[in-house]
Design a protein around this ligand. Sequence first.
Ligand code: ADP
Ligand code: MG
Length: 463
Amino acid sequence: MDRNSLKTNSINLSEESELNWTKVQSSFEKSFGSEVYTSWLKNISLQNEYNHYVVLGVPTRFFRDWITSRYADKILTEIQKYKISINRIEFKIIEKDKAEDQTLSLSSAKSKITEMKESILNYNRLNQKLSFDNFVVGRSNKISYLSAKKICSQLSLYNPLFIYGGVGLGKTHLMNAIGLELSSNNNVMFISAERFMYQFIKSIKKNEMVSFKDFFRKANVFIIDDIQFIRGKEGLQEEFFHTFNSLFEKSSQIIISSDRPPNKLDRVQDRIKSRLSGGLVVDIGQPDYDLKLNILKKKIEEFQQSFQEYPNLSDEVIEYIAKDTRSNIRELIGVFNRIVAFSKMNNRKLNINDCKIILKDAYNSTKVISIDKIQNVTSNFFSINLEEMLSQRRSRPLARPRQIAMYLAKKLTTRSLPEIGRKFANRDHTTVIHAVKTIDRLSKNNAEMKKNIEEIRSLILSE
Ligand code: ADP
Ligand code: MG
């Protein structure tokens, strides 16, 4: 049985196996070279590991700023080689003596209280860099941006404000910007749904639900990021619903982000969906060329301010990066950082060809393939309707493509068998196992099957 299938029903924050930090460290050494490694990366420790992000410990503020501006993107890429679901890194400053002290006295009641307070403070940590000032506005994010600004000048005008869009398009940035703007005059609570759950479970275990409730309900601005995380988690939805209602009743402003619109949040209770769409729902779309170009210009400006030097990039190269249509904004910035680092290392201006190589490399290593995409490409390939492909009908022209899509979902993503089953109209994981075995066998013995699978695979990977 797939190792993940055992875990999906229990409340477990890590879907995959835990990171082996020693291994990650040794791959840092390989890919960054021993000089960068010994002066910087060696001093990073793994503090906490969650589903989609890790908290890394660094010794000083300066150290953190330096690493963030130079290496964060590549560090993430290296970590993703070991755990693909990680899409964000947070740094935490750990003074060495304190860190040792903490482990020594961890069992004492006193330090437990401090730990809880600190972890609660951590929710509210707003990133000073993600402000409205450095949010570049373009066609795809204008409405969201204006709505966010409007909320700040007129609380409760739209309640809740619901911002949705794909990964890396600026949702967290906007939420954070709202938090920063409002934090001077309000009690702002900014938390990801994942952390909300983490704290929720911790409070249940420690019998601290009363303070949990009080804590969240005293905010008058409640910002919750990535609400799609509550899908399928009944207990969490229940708690969220009550938190939402009690905040709403006292007219606290609620701001929510999600990777999809409220009505597309499957496995979320209807009453919650209707609450979520009861205010203003806006979306952030894929950036166009102009927006990407302006973001790159902004990044150059920021680089110049931080390092008092101009990154060695020609206009031609900047335009080339902006033209790449594969990228979201997070990846665009990642590519920018790589190109700047590469040009610095080699001490020369890069040409288009260098960029091509860097871009190719970037996408090969960071591309995350979704099951939705696999389903779409597969049903298109066989010219069948996606709904029919997912339906319960067993005729071969539908069943084979369905099995192929399940097979590819297993091969190309890190999703567990039960998760894949759920994405295929709630099928059982044993159905997925059967599909994987069947297609494995057929593709060995049947040339046409083999060819089809190769073609679909490359369509998925090339898009
Ligand atoms: P999401 O939450 O939608 O996945 P993020 O808000 O984390 O995306 O954005 C990813 C990265 O792109 C962040 O570094 C963010 O600062 C940057 N970014 C996104 N949109 C913009 C923008 N319009 N202007 C400047 N930076 C942006
Ligand atoms: Mg986000």
